[in-house]
Write a protein that binds this ligand. Sequence first.
Ligand code: GLN
Length: 229
Amino acid sequence: QPVVGVLALQGGVAEHLAALRRTGVTACPVRRPEELAEVDALVLPGGESTTMTRLLDTFELFEPLRARLREGMPAYGSCAGMVLLADSVLDDRPDVRDSPGVRTLGALDVVVRRNAFGRQVDSFEADLAFEGIEGPALRAVFIRAPRVEKTGADVTVLASVPSSGEPADGEAEATGGGTIVAVRQGPVLATAFHPELVNGDDRVHRLFVRMIHENSGHTGPVRPDTTED
Ligand code: GLN
């Protein structure tokens, strides 16, 4: 079984660790470069992407993490984690092009806008259809969530919510209707919402673990094939 780390600088670390362990993998918190070096994959939890940028620097994790991602380490970012994994980030204020204070890891060919759902809907929940996840709709909890405003050619959109009607600030609508809230590019997964907060549903974490197993055939050490579920 792979060893999956959870970046433990801020946010719902315990919830991600618990969800991962329920899928059967070994999961451990990652705070130091030595710990990062030992994991096969990493979850980047929610929190505040500006704070996490600072903490990644303080803990001397930014460069080692970027290097692991460039080598193809599977990663899953939830909410602020999605912001950090993106290529580029727009601020919530439409007049600000870049988001000062957020340094991105560039592992996903997407443009993400922080706090994209506005103040009135700081938090909301939605039931989503999610590509690659079977069964009933996925309950998704959004907390000051980002959205994906642009996707590169290698990015697959996995889930969207109906658009609120506000224009995407001149960005090309990659969705063909709807606001993108979950994407995948190769071994990298990102959701604007927090699946770790929904009790009794580990399907997003299970999907990520399947991705790790698929990926191990390509770049990592050879592991026996496992059929999930
Ligand atoms: N608004 C936060 C950010 O942009 C993300 C919030 C969250 O992770 N729940 O970093």
